[in-house]
Design a protein around this ligand. Structure first.
Ligand SMILES: NC(=O)C1=CN([C@@H]2O[C@H](COP(=O)(O)OP(=O)(O)OC[C@H]3O[C@@H](n4cnc5c(N)ncnc54)[C@H](OP(=O)(O)O)[C@@H]3O)[C@@H](O)[C@H]2O)C=CC1
Ligand SMILES: CC(=O)[C@@H](O)[C@H](O)COP(=O)(O)O
Ligand SMILES: [Mn+2]
Length: 382
């Protein structure tokens, strides 16, 4: 029995991870759950999966949910609460699925405690990839990708000699505005941006998809997960999201992983790895889909992708700053404080002002993250 802790159990990834657990009660059980504010859903999850501990974001929410749960379930809160979930002695596998760089510290705590990590929270690696991967190596902990593209690459690499990788080809759906010109992006609304053509996901990643920052974050994530230089990480527009990514080898053979756009497939693969187990979901029907499309991703059309390659190549604190500026700008857009195109303007502004610290330690990472949030918050779009 694999006992699991989930950071972000009430979100899109968290709820789908619990659906996987629900399908395999003989294999997986839930030891600990951490959520933010949604105590109604968390209480339901706790009653169904009977974890030893749950955590919420504030003391008030903790007091409230405690009244709804049996006394044997420990209730905790705040950063300490998320740490208690991430390091709970009963859990051997931690799904990192909080949104944003808030997921970094509890994920590091889980690694420090020797837990195997199923990583959905890409911001963790963008913010502090060198520290996370080094700690995982030192503690001999596996970081198994859940992000669909990285799971696809991980699957394509099984049994392969990593030295024979020529390049990774990460697919991008293009998000909600893929058929619009830059001019047409000026007046798009939050509601339009949240309508992803292929995936049902949390609000932040759906906006990242529309700006193409999601792909930007994913190339940095791939750099750390697969230990490859940016010159070996390419992207391609593939609007159907059927090929989840590809690996080209030195002999020009290309391996691809295909499937319906259902995150339970990569979540379950991370949980059951190295085994495969059945999953009840729609089979892929290529005849019904009939054709797949591919196109070049243009840096002029999608400047966020360019910013991410630049930040990744510069290294040091620049990816941290890219991520933090993006988080603030996306939150401001979602609150309807700034227009869609001001997201990329904010990131360009913050990156241009940043003085990079090379080889940052964790304190320097948190300092750069805070600095970028302040500058991004103060940025006034023209
Ligand atoms: N959704 C998807 O298909 C994919 C997501 N990812 C990545 O996975 C991560 C999660 O995405 P997604 O599930 O879509 O996001 P959601 O917004 O749906 O869920 C976020 C989760 O994090 C919780 N949370 C937020 N802040 C805190 C906090 N301070 N402390 C504890 N919990 C917190 C939320 O709790 P609450 O709601 O209770 O406030 C919720 O459970 C992101 O990094 C995303 O990029 C990667 C690939 C695909
Ligand atoms: C499901 C998943 O992994 C998301 O990151 C997805 O890839 C978003 O789609 P695009 O960023 O390709 O639009
Ligand atoms: Mn992805």
């Amino acid at each position: 029995m694999k006992k699991i802790a989930i950071l972000g159990s009430t979100g899109s990834i968290g709820t789908q991870a619990l659906d996987v657990v629900r399908q395999h009660p003989e294999r997986f059980s839930v030891a600990a759950l951490a959520a933010g504010q949604n105590i109604g859903l968390l209480a339901e999850q706790a009653r169904e999966f009977k974890p030893r501990i749950v955590s919420v974001s504030t003391k008030e929410l903790a007091e409230n949910i405690k009244l709804q749960l049996p006394s044997e379930i420990q209730v905790t809160w705040g950063e300490e609460g998320a740490f208690a979930v991430a390091t709970h002695p009963d859990a051997t596998f931690v799904i990192s699925a909080m949104v944003g760089s808030a997921g970094l510290a509890p994920t590091l705590a889980a690694i420090e405690a020797g837990k195997c990590i199923g990583l959905a929270n890409k911001e963790t690696l963008v913010t502090a990839g060198h520290i996370v991967m080094q700690k995982a190596k030192t503690r001999d902990v596996s970081v198994i990708p859940i992000d669909s593209e990285h799971s696809a690459i991980f699957q394509c690499l099984q049994g392969e000699d990593r030295r024979t990788i020529k390049r990774l080809i990460i697919t991008a759906s293009g998000g909600s505005f893929r058929d619009l010109s830059r001019d047409q992006l000026r007046n798009v609304t939050v509601e339009q941006a949240l309508a992803h053509p292929n995936w049902s996901m949390g609000a932040k990643i759906t906006i990242d998809s529309a700006t193409m920052m999601n792909k930007g974050l994913e190339i940095i994530e791939a750099h750390w997960l697969f230990d490859l230089p940016y010159s070996k990480i390419d992207t391609i527009l593939h609007k159907e999201s059927i090929i989840h990514s590809m690996v080209e080898f030195t002999d020009r053979a290309v391996m691809a992983q295909l499937g319906t756009p259902d995150m339970r497939i990569p979540i379950q693969y991370a949980l059951s790895y190295p085994e495969r187990v059945p999953l009840e979901t729609e089979p892929l029907d290529l005849v019904k889909i009939s054709s797949l499309h591919f196109a070049t991703l243009d840096f002029e059309r999608y400047p966020c992708l360019r910013f991410a390659y630049e930040a990744g190549r510069i290294g040091g604190t620049m990816p941290t700053v890219l991520n933090a500026a993006n988080e603030v700008a996306v939150a401001r857009f979602l609150r309807k404080e700034i227009p869609f195109l001001a997201i990329e303007d904010t990131i360009a502004h913050v990156m241009a002002k940043h003085q990079v610290a090379e080889h940052p330690n964790l304190d320097e990472i948190f300092e750069a993250d805070m600095w970028a949030r302040q500058v991004a918050t103060q940025y006034q779009p023209v």
